[in-house]
Design a protein around this ligand. Structure first.
Ligand code: GP9
Ligand code: MN
Length: 418
């Protein structure tokens, strides 16, 4: 009932991190490009496959962005839809099933809704059927103004592969739709070509397939390379359309592409004997780039997760989050903690990885002794509570009871002025 939301509110507000004054509002009023990179994992960044660079564009973008090298996806069975949910709400998806199906019409305080109240136009561009993942229903709930689904794209046999429209065509056609949108806009672009089973036409293969004993992993390399190229072309087109300077860009991996069914092949590629449970957690890292024109950026090694995107973005746009029910924190906050919990309860800090009922030393990847396990015990209750409270909010649709406590807002504001 409504008292539950107070308990959750007290919990999240106790963990709230004040923004970094140097970063707060740096992107105020700018267009926001949210680019969802299908199935990419961090191990491909700055890496090569038999001497062939896998992501040359993203590697270059990394040098001109805030790049988070220890950023984890937090999705489960809801895959892309889970990532969309987490990124927009700073809450977790479900432990099983997909929140996009089970709680599609809850009250949420999602980024598109908040930005809509602040003069933004919000949309999603994705060349798939609008009902896939129940998106048509959920996008309304989250407050998106418009969903440019497959109907808005010219899709032919020629320009399609695998799941549908090729990424390069998708971005090209999206530019025309973008130009028609009111500004500032908040638009999410969902790529598709780098999706299992990683099919690609010969003419689009810019690097070879691998040879690691798994067709899935082997094909992954050229499709990632293709997505990298498509994003590069998109950036060129954005600049040509005059949309670059007044925008910020958040590019993130939605979830893993290579499941643990391919551990043998993955071990061969990574030149390891095996993939341990520790390695499996570390393979859940996906890239996060925050690209702000005019900012040099830097590589940030803080442990973080998809729940951190909403508060981080809001602070960049100059909006406070103190009153919001969010399970993540601003990654630029001086008080931000190095921590991420995965949906299965595994968690990661600077020093340890907890998974499979074992506390691993982050440095060596070896299990810690029983006495040393205290390093994990410190964060264990936090990890459990994050997931439980998030579930509680979703299962009880608790945000319908939530009223921001304006008193606090006023106090914070007047403090700032003194
Ligand atoms: C489908 C695309 C891929 O529209 O988002 O979905 P996934 O299978 O990765 O969840
Ligand atoms: Mn996906």
């Amino acid at each position: 009932d409504s008292s539950d939301i107070i308990e959750v509110k007290n919990y999240v507000q106790a963990n709230h991190k004040e923004p970094n004054p140097d970063m707060f509002g740096v992107a105020e009023g700018k267009n926001v490009f949210m680019i969802s990179l299908e199935s990419i994992q961090s191990f491909v960044i700055d890496n090569d496959m038999e001497g062939q660079e896998i992501t040359p564009f993203l590697n270059q973008l990394k040098d001109e962005s805030y790049y988070f090298e220890n950023f984890y996806h937090q999705t489960e069975q809801g895959k892309t839809s889970d990532s969309e949910f987490i990124v927009a709400n700073s809450m977790f998806g479900r432990g099983s099933g997909a929140v996009f199906f089970t709680h599609a019409q809850n009250n949420y305080n999602a980024t598109p809704k908040i930005l809509g109240e602040n003069g933004y136009y919000s949309s999603v561009m994705h060349a798939n059927n609008r009902t896939f993942w129940n998106r048509d229903v959920v996008y309304d709930t989250l407050g998106y103004d418009h969903f440019y689904d497959v109907e808005y794209y010219d899709v032919t046999e020629e320009n399609s592969v695998g799941w549908g429209l090729k990424d390069k065509e998708f971005f090209e056609q999206s530019i025309d739709l973008l130009k028609e949108q009111p500004q500032p806009f908040y638009t999410t672009f969902i790529t598709l070509t780098n999706h299992f089973p990683f099919e690609l036409d010969e003419e689009d293969k810019m690097i070879d397939e691998g040879d690691y004993g798994s067709g899935t992993l082997n094909r992954f390399f050229p499709t990632v390379r293709y997505m990298d190229y498509a994003v590069e072309e998109f950036f060129n087109d954005i600049k040509e359309a005059g949309l670059y300077e007044d925008s910020i860009f958040i590019l993130y991996g939605d979830h893993y592409g290579i499941s643990s069914n391919h551990n043998n092949a993955m071990a061969r590629f990574l030149e390891q004997d095996e993939i341990t449970p520790f390695d499996t957690v570390q393979l859940q890292r996906v890239p996060l780039f925050i690209h702000i024109p005019g900012h040099e950026g830097e590589v940030i090694d803080t442990v973080s997760g998809q729940v951190d995107i909403q508060p981080t973005l809001m602070h960049l746009l100059g909006m406070t989050t103190k009153q919001d029910i969010q399970f993540g924190s601003d990654l630029f906050s001086p008080d931000n903690e190095s921590y991420a919990v995965l949906r299965n309860g595994s968690f990661i800090t600077d020093d340890v990885v907890w998974t499979n009922n074992t506390c691993y030393d982050k440095e060596t990847g070896e299990p810690l002794t029983e006495e040393e396990q205290a390093a994990c015990e410190e964060f264990a209750p936090r990890a459990t509570q994050d997931l439980e409270f998030s579930d509680k909010v979703i299962y009880g649709d608790l945000l319908r009871f939530y009223e921001p406590d304006n008193q606090d807002l006023v106090e914070t504001d007047s403090d700032d002025e003194e």
